[in-house]
Design a protein around this ligand. Structure first.
Ligand code: SF4
Length: 280
């Protein structure tokens, strides 16, 4: 399904809650979906930024096939624009994309099979804006007995979210904070992300990650709001509380180990599985 509407000289993309109205020859907020003569253009479909084999815990997923390795594929572009993006070289533009780095869904599945891997992760930059490619890959993976794993910001409209999540075996959603004021800064909205999380909790194995940024989302109240929201769905949903480090346009100093451990302790009073991350 294309998830577009034609509106005089603009093409509306209804894939994510931005619902961009894209002028002829231009792209939406994510940089990768275009108005090509009033039809949806996907010039970066199948152009991968990375293909790696990772421990599944690195995604992070700690309670889905623990100890296994996963074929991780990455893309370009994102529908958020975080000042602190840890993958900004591939998420905040398409300049580094190489048309020669195209992989068909069949090539991806064959690669996973050849390496004896049980799962494929759609990861690194935001995968959901490459909806069509992931759907093709995921359907083929299912037919070949390979699991699909999505690592996402969860900013997707409900209809495509349902389609995509019904093919996923594991998902990690980045719940960036629990306030709209934080989501304003990254160019998003919190409510659609919460809706996506609720849907994911119903349809697949779900884990959640929050990157803790000093002064932005590191208060006791914020972590308790996050933990209580997750617990209202299922207290067994794992929460990864991860330390941020300064990168891209953010000069805020990195998160201390003490902060991560304090928030981990607090969240542990509400949830059954908390994993501190990125602390040394
Ligand atoms: S997927 Fe991209 S083009 Fe479509 S609405 Fe979202 S940001 Fe806009």
């Amino acid at each position: 399904m294309a998830y577009t509407n034609k509106q005089s000289t603009k093409l509306e993309c209804t894939l994510c809650p931005h619902n961009c109205k894209i002028a002829l020859g231009k792209s939406g907020i994510c940089f990768v979906r275009t108005n090509n003569k009033m039809h949806l253009g996907l010039p970066f479909k199948g152009i991968l930024s990375a293909v790696n084999i990772d421990p599944i815990e690195k995604k992070p997923l700690n309670r889905f096939l623990p100890g296994s390795k996963i074929l991780s594929i990455g893309f370009y572009g994102c529908n958020f624009h975080c000042q602190f993006c840890q993958n900004y070289t591939i998420s905040q533009g398409t300049e580094l994309s190489d048309k020669n780095n195209y992989f068909s869904p069949l090539e991806i599945i064959e690669m996973a099979k050849k390496k004896g891997l049980k799962s494929i992760a759609y990861t690194y930059s935001e995968p959901v804006i490459h909806f069509e490619y992931i759907m093709e890959c995921a359907q083929l993976a299912r037919k070949n007995g390979i699991n699909n794993v999505l690592i996402t910001n969860g900013f997707l409209n409900p209809e495509p979210a349902k389609e995509l999540l019904s093919l996923m075996d594991g998902v990690n959603v980045d719940l960036k904070a629990f306030t709209q004021s934080f989501y304003n800064k990254v160019g998003g909205k919190i409510e659609p992300v919460k809706d996506f999380i609720k849907l994911a909790a119903e349809l697949t194995h779900l884990e959640i990650t929050t990157l803790i940024i000093p002064g932005e989302n590191d208060s006791d109240k914020e972590i308790l709001d996050i933990a209580n929201f997750i617990a209202s769905l299922n207290p067994d949903i794992p929460l990864h509380i991860s330390a941020y480090y300064p990168v891209y346009k953010s000069a805020i100093p990195g998160t201390s180990k003490e902060t991560i451990l304090r928030l981990t302790k607090l969240a542990s009073e509400v949830l059954n599985y908390i994993y501190p991350g990125n602390i040394y």
